[in-house]
Design a protein around this ligand. Structure first.
Ligand SMILES: [Zn+2]
Length: 288
């Protein structure tokens, strides 16, 4: 606990600042470290920056809308606009997705909680920070069950729920290069890892829900619950993994290269000639 006292306070404004990112682990860091330690350390040190893709920016745009900070977001991101000052097609479509979300009663209730709630805590002795899109209280959970009785099995017995909003290309399975198989999108993108971290750091073990909208021409919606039985083994995996990630951040352990990601490709130095028959099949690269 003595160490906790020396940690800087996490706020909405400094949440992604480099010193805060170095002081606290977050779910994106864990997901990235699990994928490639070398790439994530380089990113945290500011030595490597994967371009913020338009796909990620669309997700942030929708988040900003629900947080009520779209004006600020637009002012900070001139790249949302065309030269004539109107929104680029992707962000104009994001407005359609938002309209679709807001027209749905259950979706709106799920997003009606306290927005962008920051919490800090520890997992396996490592300081963590999380930012929850919509934190529901017990009254809202009860109201959801009253209006939508079929949600009772998920929301019926809790004093709160953790909702994360996702804007996905679609709801189809995704190719996972590590598992070398098509897996549900929420597993491919590590939303089970995120859920386990959010639940542990928030501390109440409330249900972890995904409120999903898609970027398809006719945007689809879905409300998903990742059950505690799915999150528990993920948390155990995270507890095993994060002391090493923390040691890598502190410079006490050397990061391993995955040799498959964009960072590893960009920084590969040839030092030997390999037998052609030893060449590993390339991993399928995950998309946004
Ligand atoms: Zn790599």
């Amino acid at each position: 606990m003595a160490e906790m006292n020396t940690l800087p306070t996490v706020t909405a404004k400094n949440y992604f600042d480099p010193d805060i990112e170095m002081a606290y682990m977050g779910s994106t860091q864990v997901k990235n470290f699990m994928r490639c330690e070398a790439a994530e350390l380089a990113r945290l040190k500011g030595e490597y920056r994967s371009a913020a893709t338009t796909a990620m920016l669309v997700g942030s745009y929708v988040d900003a809308h629900f947080e009520g900070s779209l004006d600020v977001f637009q002012a900070q991101h001139p790249e949302l606009f065309k030269r004539d000052g109107t929104l680029k097609a992707e962000f104009s479509h994001a407005n359609d997705i938002i309209s679709r979300m807001e027209a749905d009663e259950l979706y709106s209730l799920l997003m009606s909680g306290q927005k962008q709630v920051i919490r800090t805590g520890e997992i396996a002795g490592v300081p963590f920070k999380v930012k929850i899109d919509s934190l529901l209280d017990g009254n809202t959970c009860a109201e959801i069950v009253r209006r939508f009785p079929e949600t009772a099995s998920v929301m019926g017995l809790c004093d709160g729920a953790i909702v994360d909003q996702k804007v996905m290309r679609d709801l189809e399975d995704v190719w996972d290069g590590t598992e070398r198989a098509y897996v549900p999108f929420w597993r491919a993108w590590g939303y089970d890892v995120q859920g386990a971290i959010y639940q542990a750091v928030e501390g109440h073990l409330w249900p972890f829900l995904l409120a999903v909208g898609t970027k398809e021409d006719e945007p689809d919606l879905q409300a998903l619950h990742i059950r505690d039985e799915v999150l528990a083994p993920k948390l155990a995996e995270i507890e095993d993994a994060v002391p090493r990630f923390q040691a890598i951040k502190a410079g006490r352990e050397a990061p391993r290269r995955c040799e498959h990601c964009a960072y590893c490709r960009a920084t590969r130095k040839l030092t030997r000639i390999i037998d052609a028959e030893e060449l590993e099949a390339p991993y399928g690269e995950a998309e946004d």
